[in-house]
Design a protein around this ligand. Structure first.
Ligand code: PLP
Length: 410
């Protein structure tokens, strides 16, 4: 049972109460159902559950009671205060997966077949880029990459590729923080009868709700801001075509085997409770860091959507509540300065990934993209002196002091 009738005014109440299930033994919090299978009292009950005539659990690759609250909260967040074109409240169904990549695999495999093509923007999470070019391409599905910030290029590409079926965008994108205009690209997709999906990992539904513009699917790596504490890997696929989500997407999810587990779902539910509180602090800290870096003389350039100097400043302002917690900056001293800066940090954490409560700092040229040639890196905007930051919720004075000290020697 969930409290669907209460008229929540904000998302903290939603994340705390939208999935208020009544668990056995009056448990206050979601129990961790560490069980692979579920029992039947008799053969008839088994038959009724398998046929869908009766609600109930069967096997944890399919569904588990600990997954449900997480799915309901995330669906509530992504549809909060949104109205369907038919005038009713917008509804969406979420399916929790073992990782962001598992959610992406289900999205593409349940919607595409050999001979189809998928269009995406060139700035993408590395794993998604590789997935499109290795796994989909091997299955006869063509990945097409274009600069989707330019609507004319987007339309031209659509017209030239009659086998296009879906447009997939990530906004803001990893690692360049580029933004694609969700409203404009969705309008174009619908005009040409294409599906459209958005990876909303960087923004979270606190900052941006892609369903508002009529997109068909949203995916998240819940590993990042939704979990918020870096305690588990997870992903979610959401769709507003409930019938498709209940049938094909559910079937593919069960057969692809990308199920999550009760413990990770529990950690996600716990993390979600403070989403709004954390995002507010992440965002105000990031804005302060951006202003600080912009004035620093060791820094050549700051890439942050909240600075008017960022090419996507206007798009971010249009579709996001705040420019967010992710930024990158370029050190004047290149590769050596990048490594020196990273090594000098005393408080901020040296790690890839993002969205944890603490500040994470990485140097792509010596870490995540070490194996990529300089020429290829530059195509993605990853220069030798580029530093990426996921700004955390520490006291801002300490973040700035740590950066300032490390920049002295950079
Ligand atoms: C991390 C990430 C993914 C992949 O998610 P995993 O949970 O690591 O599988 C996909 N998209 C974006 C934007 C990401 O940051």
């Amino acid at each position: 049972m969930s409290n669907t009738k209460f008229n929540y005014s904000g998302i903290s109440s939603l994340t705390l109460h939208a999935a208020q299930h009544y668990f056995p033994n009056s448990a206050h919090l979601t129990p961790i159902y560490a069980t692979s299978t579920f029992t039947f009292d008799n053969a008839d009950e088994g038959m009724r559950r398998f046929s869908g005539e009766e609600e109930g659990y069967i096997y944890s690759r399919w569904e588990n009671p600990t997954f449900k609250p997480a799915e309901e909260i995330i669906a509530a967040l992504e549809t909060f205060k949104l109205i369907h074109e038919n005038g009713n409240e917008l509804k969406a169904k979420a399916i929790l997966h073992s990782s962001g990549m598992a959610a992406l695999s289900n999205l593409f495999q349940s919607n595409l077949k050999t001979g189809d093509a998928v269009l995406s923007h060139f700035s993408l999470y590395g794993g998604t880029h590789e997935y499109l070019h290795k796994i989909l391409a091997q299955n006869g599905i063509t990945p097409i990459i274009a600069d989707l910030r330019d609507i004319n290029i987007a339309e031209d590409t659509i017209k030239r590729n009659k086998n296009l079926r879906i447009i997939h965008i990530e906004t803001p994108a990893n690692p360049t923080i580029q933004c694609v205009d969700i409203e404009a690209i969705t309008k174009l997709a619908k005009q040409y009868g294409l599906l459209i999906s958005v990876d909303n990992t960087f923004a979270t539904p606190y900052l941006q709700q892609p369903f508002k513009y009529g997109v068909d699917f949203i995916i998240h790596s819940t590993t990042k801001f939704l979990n918020g504490h870096g305690t588990s890997i997870g992903g979610v696929l959401l769709g507003r075509d409930i019938e498709f989500m209940k049938t094909k997407a559910t079937k593919w999810h069960r057969l692809l085997g990308g199920n999550t587990n009760a413990f990770d779902a529990f950690l996600l539910i716990n993390g979600l409770k403070t989403l709004e509180l954390r995002m507010q602090k992440h965002c105000s800290n990031a804005a302060a860091v951006a202003v600080f870096l912009q004035k620093h003389n060791a820094v050549a350039q700051v890439n942050y959507n909240g600075l008017e100097s960022h090419p996507d400043y206007a798009v971010a302002k249009k579709q996001m509540k705040h420019p967010g917690a992710m930024l990158s900056f370029e050190l004047k001293g290149g590769l050596i300065a990048g490594k020196t800066f990273i090594n000098k940090l005393e408080m901020c954490t040296r790690a890839v990934s993002l969205g944890t409560a603490d500040t994470l700092v990485s140097h792509p040229a010596s870490m995540s993209h070490y194996g990529v040639s300089q020429e290829e890196r530059l195509q993605f905007g990853i220069t030798d002196g580029l530093i990426r930051m996921s700004v955390g919720i520490e006291n801002i004075e300490d973040i700035l002091a740590d950066l300032d000290n490390a920049l002295l020697s950079a």
